[in-house]
Design a protein around this ligand. Structure first.
Ligand SMILES: Nc1ncnc2c1ncn2[C@@H]1O[C@H](COP(=O)(O)OP(=O)(O)O)[C@@H](O)[C@H]1O
Ligand SMILES: [Mg+2]
Length: 309
């Protein structure tokens, strides 16, 4: 007889914690204690979303920000392994699971609550329920930024999140190959259609770092990712090199920016983190201005005066 699949639990049943059901969540209400929420998305799998999420998170944390990662890739969670945080989550006095802290970053994933080889079989309502639990019913500490590692594509997971959770903005990751770029363009279209700010496009594995001499070499020097960003009117946030030596660090829970903190990858992430931090600050300032009638009017008048001068 086939064994029914296991499901992760983030709230202890009968604990009195808020009901873990999407029907009871207030869509687009702020997530308690979390100032900004940034999605890390791509059209294709394997382009480096999770790698980018953990390294960006660690770099932002090194800059003094309070950072969390929510692993929304319910079908292929990799954050626990990449962050060296693959322990079962402990439960607080209110019956809520507490994210794990490692390398200065708080993380939570279905990978924490299920054995590594458990089948991950999800139907639509369960996807929504689990995601809502992870955002709203986990005991997240106060965070400046929660990075959300999405599965590839534009399926149930991103749509549920966009429908329920107030998103500050999104980063799109691509590799330089055409197939990845075509799908990245679909991602841009989705976020534009839904009015979600796109902070920019990152080109992962744009160059190769030679393990012998440390020199880097462009892999696809035609600048197609930068051209796509320009065509879609979104910022191009630069490239992250492919570091063949980095592979064993990544697979063993040591993000590259920590394992090789003086390397070229770490330098690239410092530049990227500064741009992401600035984009989030700009977006928060814009929303504060738009939510204040007097400041909104001042802003409109500024542009009107400028255009009429
Ligand atoms: N810049 C990089 N340097 C070295 N290895 C990388 C880099 N980016 C990604 N990888 C490796 O490529 C594989 C896929 O990356 P991953 O982040 O899991 O992609 P995704 O989350 O988009 O599916 C992983 O084994 C990861 O370690
Ligand atoms: Mg991934």
């Amino acid at each position: 007889m086939s064994k029914s699949p296991e499901f992760p639990r983030f709230v202890q049943s009968g604990s009195g914690a808020a009901a873990p059901d999407s029907r009871y969540a207030e869509p687009h209400q702020p997530v308690e204690g979390v100032e900004s929420i940034v999605l890390v998305a791509s059209g294709k799998g394997g382009v480096g979303k999770s790698t980018l999420t953990v390294n960006l998170a660690c770099t932002l944390s090194q800059m003094g920000k309070r950072i969390g990662i929510l692993d929304a890739d319910l079908y292929g969670p990799s954050i626990t392994r990449m962050m060296g945080a693959d322990t079962q989550l402990s439960i607080d006095a209110n019956g809520r699971a507490i994210p794990v802290r490692n390398h200065g970053v708080w993380t939570a994933s279905v990978g924490n609550q299920l054995p590594p080889e458990a089948a991950l079989v999800w139907k639509g309502p369960l996807v929504a329920q689990t995601l809502i639990q992870m955002f709203r019913h986990l005991a997240w500490p106060e965070l400046d930024m929660l990075l959300v590692d999405l599965p590839p594509g534009t399926g149930d997971v991103p749509l549920t999140i966009l429908e329920q959770i107030p998103i500050t903005g999104t980063l799109l990751v691509t590799t330089p190959q055409k197939l990845s770029l075509v799908d990245a363009a679909r991602g841009v279209a989705l976020f534009h259609d839904l009015d979600i700010p796109v902070f920019g496009l990152v080109e992962n594995m744009d160059r190769y770092i030679c393990p012998c001499c440390g020199e880097s070499q462009d892999l696809f020097p035609d600048g197609a990712a930068a051209a796509l960003a320009e065509r879609k009117h979104i910022p191009f946030l630069g490239g992250i090199p492919f570091d063949p030596e980095g592979q064993c660090h990544i697979d063993n829970g040591h993000p590259l920016v920590i394992a090789k903190s003086e390397g070229e990858v770490a330098r690239a992430f410092k530049e990227l983190a500064a741009k992401v931090d600035a984009a989030v600050a700009r977006e928060i300032a814009c929303r504060a201005r738009d939510g204040d009638a007097r400041r909104r009017q001042e802003h409109v008048s500024f542009w009107e005066n400028l255009l009429h001068d």
